[in-house]
Design a protein around this ligand. Structure first.
Ligand code: COA
Length: 197
């Protein structure tokens, strides 16, 4: 492979012709990979499903999918080839899914993730997903529990960058407020303590 060039990474809609490349990544990325038939029926039969692939120098190196149902986006799958992980390509796929959901006027997104998969959970948390519950024994290969995560989306017209920026600002403001309240409380306690002296 030539020197890594992130500008050469492309995203596009997945087609049936991509399935060999997608399955190669799927088998390398997951301990219990989806079958060709599972992908095929998503692409051909499931009208709620939207899948994208990520290409680099003619090779499929990642993909992601979502079901768009009324005002919700349900993330079904996301993977980056292990050779390419840790280069913010998971971020890129996640942003693409969120952009697609916002464009379809989804108001919320949800997903399930293995409780042991902290890498993926960290990725989701970056985009506002929070854990809301557990599905016991959800994964049939080892009966591992799934963490159910949800995120609220901004209204149509917002882009992911603006949204992440606004969320981060809101969190920072909340932290500052908490700090300020703690300072005020601390000050009051200190001054009360002083009064009581
Ligand atoms: C989960 C996955 C899609 C992430 O893709 P990636 O390209 O490796 O991740 P990125 O480089 O885009 O990192 C995005 C964020 O993920 C988290 N992350 C990535 N690698 C991590 C690691 N080794 N440890 C902890 N968190 C990690 C971080 O929050 C990171 O953001 P930061 O670098 O700003 O802190 C990828 O690791 C993967 O395909 N895993 C196997 C399949 C899978 O588990 N899919 C999810 C099923 S629910």
């Amino acid at each position: 492979m030539t020197a890594w060039n992130p500008d050469a990474v492309r995203l596009r809609r997945m087609t049936v012709a991509d399935l060999d490349g997608v399955l190669a990544v799927e088998r390398r990325a997951f301990s219990a990979p989806w079958s060709r038939q599972a992908f095929l029926s998503e692409l051909v039969d499931n009208h709620f499903a939207r899948y994208i692939v990520m290409e680099y120098e003619g090779r499929i190196i990642g993909y992601a999918g979502v079901w768009l149902i009324v005002d919700e986006g349900h993330v079904t799958n996301i993977a980056v080839d292990p050779d390419f992980q840790g280069r913010h390509l998971g971020d890129k796929l996640m942003r693409a899914l969120i952009t697609m959901c916002i464009a379809h006027r989804a108001r919320r997104m949800t997903l399930e993730v293995r409780v042991s998969n902290t890498k993926a959970q960290n990725l989701y948390k970056k985009y506002g997903f929070v854990g809301v519950g557990i599905r016991k024994g959800y994964y049939t290969d080892n009966l591992e529990d799934a963490l159910i995560m949800w995120a609220d989306l901004p209204p149509a017209g917002w882009d992911v960058e603006t949204w992440v920026w606004a969320e981060t600002r809101a969190e920072a403001r909340a932290d500052t407020l908490c700090d300020a309240r703690a300072d005020v409380r601390g000050g009051r306690e200190r001054s009360n303590a002083h009064l009581g002296d």
